[in-house]
Design a protein around this ligand. Structure first.
Ligand SMILES: *Cc1c(COP(=O)(O)O)cnc(C)c1O
Length: 360
């Protein structure tokens, strides 16, 4: 048997360590996981109630068109129902985009470091991946990304805000970029952390779709909505673009419980607002810590921070793990001396920062 050459060079996704495994390995009772940018406050109670109700329907396939969720989401976003595509998490939309646009004779452009799934899926399709280093302020270097475009370029990825830096591209920068990208090239704006953003000059991207039909926005219920387990993400783009990529989507890619819970979660915007407020206060705990200890960290528009500790990140990661705190080492993320820490509850942040202070 012969696996495709491109797949042979890839490693399977390395997830954060599972809680149960850490418990038994280190003989710990309590584990705090701040590694995958999950919502430390869980999800809306309404989403849980909706899930319970849906349990009676488990024998039935889900609605492959997600009609009820689609209607509600289109009202919420003020876009037409046909300009939305749902994915099994926005991860799956990255896959659908790559399957639809990329093959061996094409290339795609990403920042580096950024969310690894763009590269991963592009490599599987056999495309060349052009990775453009972030600017020193951690933002995408859109000028250099533009320079890298040539006749074979099909997709450009803008992770906004960027994972793992938490930095963002402003509206002015984005528009100036979109004005210069040839219109036959797809620009994907991955806005997985959209709900957490507080910067005034962050682009309101949906109104841009009218002027730039080559743009697609990705968002998700996994982060601020706290439904990562249920795998519901979505893309927003022109109706024509959505129609063209729909055949690359699996017919039943979102589940009944995912659709029902996401719909209920959308109706509880008070939950989102409360989480965003608490996240803002949590980010400040980390900024204050960094300042006190003379450490650099990028200002974040997300629910995580990347702090540079000026020492091998894996050592700090291990030391935290032994005490039951799971974070993400920057080693595998392109920042070998930094940790990416998800903003937790006030108490979780206090605890982890106390331990970090002892380790420094
Ligand atoms: C978490 C994350 C996603 C994936 O989210 P899912 O909807 O759970 O697949 C996509 N993009 C970025 C930048 C993320 O951080």
């Amino acid at each position: 048997m012969q696996i495709k050459e491109q797949i042979r060079q890839l490693k399977p996704y390395q997830p954060g360590k599972p809680i149960e495994e850490v418990k038994s390995e280190y003989g710990l009772e309590k584990i705090v996981k701040l590694a995958s940018n999950e919502n430390p406050f869980g999800c809306s109670q309404a989403a849980k109630d909706a899930l319970h109700q849906e349990i009676e329907q488990l024998a039935l396939y889900p609605d492959g068109y997600s009609a009820a969720l689609r209607t509600r989401l289109s009202e919420h976003l003020q876009v037409s129902e046909s300009s939305i595509i749902f994915g099994n998490g926005s991860d799956e939309l990255v896959q659908i985009i790559c399957r639809s646009f990329l093959h061996g004779q094409t290339n795609t452009i990403t920042a580096a470091p950024t969310f690894p799934q763009y590269r991963h899926n592009a490599v599987i399709e056999g495309a060349e991946v052009r990775e453009i280093p972030l600017r020193s302020d951690g933002a995408h270097d859109l000028d250099q990304m533009l320079e890298a475009i040539d006749g074979q370029t099909k997709v450009v990825w803008v992770c906004n805000p960027n994972n793992p830096t938490g930095t963002y591209t402003s509206e002015g920068e984005l528009i100036s970029f979109l004005d210069r990208v040839p219109e036959h090239i797809l620009v994907v704006l991955d806005e997985a952390y959209y709900e957490y953003v507080t910067a005034e000059d962050y682009p309101e991207s949906i109104p841009l779709l009218k002027q730039y039909p080559n743009v697609m926005i990705l968002r998700t219920f996994s982060k601020a909505y706290g439904l990562a387990a249920l795998r519901v993400g979505y893309g927003i783009a022109s109706e024509a673009l959505i129609r063209q990529i729909e055949p690359a989507r699996e017919p039943f890619n979102t589940s009944r419980i995912g659709q029902a819970s996401a719909l209920a979660a959308l109706d509880d915007q008070a939950f989102i607002e409360a989480c965003v407020e608490k996240n803002k206060a949590g980010l400040k705990q980390y900024y204050d810590f960094a300042e006190t200890h003379g450490l650099t960290c990028y200002p974040s528009q997300t629910n995580f921070v990347l702090i540079d500790f000026n020492r091998p990140a894996d050592e700090l990661f291990q030391a935290l793990l032994q005490k039951g705190y799971i974070v993400r080492s920057g080693q595998a993320l392109g920042f070998p001396t930094a940790l990416r820490i998800t903003v937790g509850t006030k108490e979780q942040n206090e605890e982890i920062l106390t331990i970090l202070a002892e380790l420094l």
